[in-house]
Design a binder for this molecule. Structure first.
Ligand SMILES: C=CC1=C(C)c2cc3[nH]c(cc4nc(cc5[nH]c(cc1n2)c(C)c5CCC(=O)O)C(CCC(=O)O)=C4C)c(C)c3C=C
Ligand SMILES: [Fe+2]
Ligand SMILES: [Fe+2]
Length: 347
């Protein structure tokens, strides 16, 4: 066993542009979308599509969106990840660093910072800040953390916390972070998750025969569930709804942030926000559990664009429930997942 004083933690999130200036946003979008686990087309086709079409078209619009949510200290996602870092470090009393999959700080900087604090570092535990597995979120973060580690031939052990979508402490934290909002008058609770191309679901299925192929696949027991985003977000939602005592007709799941023309997981949040009021669901609570830190996709796409669309479609109240951010029960869960893993797994 490694002594606690020789362990460091890295909290790894998605990342943001360095600033809202268009060249910084361009650089960030290119790094993000050129990731073969995000847009999984052959390299040359991806390069032409991303650098020639998508990014030139999208960068200025994205920069404006970032500008509308930017904080004095910078990107909300990065600032909130730093706040989580401080809270976890205070609790664990060991060094905690943050790293981003895209942009800054880079995982190498996080590893080097831990080594500066303890040249005898024996183990680093990386927690990818995604409750659910997806090739384009959890997997790419975990693989990148390993790639940088191997390239630099570090001597410390590297352990990576697995997705925690059904872990009791995470479910408890998410449910309790939502509970105060249920005291207000509401018709419906919408769990809106980041979407994925349906193709990614089929690709991630190691059985090759289950996801999106078997009827009600996410509820039929299968080895594919370890890698099935839709199964995992379904379980998170069902466990939280059960804990909160939400009746079946009072909640539902949808998928946001679609990009491009491919079929993504349905139903789309944007469509539902326009049709829910006509079904009598006029007072809405919305929560986005694919993200543990508030970010562009919650603060702009949902809290601004989504709200506008819902209210314009006949909705009466729209309440966005914040991400877990630094909720004390979430900090406790993070501490537990990192502690549990220390010296139990090695890459
Ligand atoms: C093919 C494109 C994309 C896939 C697949 C995808 C999956 C995915 N993303 C997150 C989490 C976040 N995504 C965020 C922003 C964002 N996502 C995409 C594209 C895909 N994401 C783009 C182009 C952007 C940039 C913003 C924009 O121009 O719209 C963010 C916010 C980052 C921030 O700085 O605040 C997060 C977080 C998950 C969890 C996921 C798969 C499940
Ligand atoms: Fe995304
Ligand atoms: Fe599935």
């Amino acid at each position: 066993m490694v002594s606690k004083s020789d362990v460091g933690i890295v909290l790894m999130n998605l990342g943001s542009p360095d600033s809202t200036a268009v060249p910084d946003v361009k650089r960030y979008l290119i790094e993000f979308l050129m990731d073969k686990r995000v847009i999984d087309y052959p390299w040359l086709f991806r390069k032409i599509l991303i650098e020639g079409i998508i990014v030139p078209k999208r960068a200025a619009q994205s920069a404006r969106a970032y500008e509308s949510i930017w904080w004095e200290e910078g990107s909300p996602l990065v600032a909130l990840t730093k706040q989580l870092q401080m809270a976890v470090q205070n609790d664990m009393e060991i060094p905690v660093e943050i790293a981003m999959r895209y942009g800054n700080p880079h995982p190498e900087v996080a590893y080097e910072n831990l080594l500066k604090q303890n040249p005898d570092l024996k183990e680093v535990v990386v927690l990818p800040l995604y409750p659910h597995y997806a090739m384009s979120s959890y997997e790419t973060a975990a693989e990148y953390a390993k790639e940088v580690y191997r390239k630099k031939k570090y001597k410390f052990k590297l352990s990576i916390v697995p997705p925690f979508y059904d872990e009791p402490d995470y479910i408890h934290a998410l449910a309790e972070s939502m509970r105060p909002y249920l005291a207000q008058d509401y018709d419906y609770v919408l769990f809106s998750y980041h979407g994925l191309p349906e193709r990614h679901m089929r690709k991630a299925d190691p059985t090759g025969a289950h996801c999106m192929k078997v009827n009600d696949c996410c509820h039929v027991k299968s080895a594919s569930h370890e890698f099935c985003y839709r199964h995992q977000i379904t379980i998170t939602s069902e466990l939280v709804a059960e804990k909160l005592g939400l009746p079946k007709e009072k909640w539902g799941i949808s998928f946001q942030s679609r990009l491009g023309r491919e079929e993504w997981l349905k139903p789309y949040t944007a469509g539902l926000l326009e049709t829910l009021p006509a079904e009598g669901k006029k007072k809405l609570l919305i929560v986005c559990p694919a993200f543990v830190s508030d970010c562009l996709e919650t603060l702009e796409e949902i809290a601004v664009e989504g709200k506008h669309s819902f209210l314009n479609s006949g909705g009466e109240t729209f309440t966005m429930i914040p991400c877990l951010n630094i909720h004390p029960l979430w900090v406790k869960a993070v501490v537990k997942y990192c502690t549990q893993l220390m010296a139990t797994e090695t890459v």
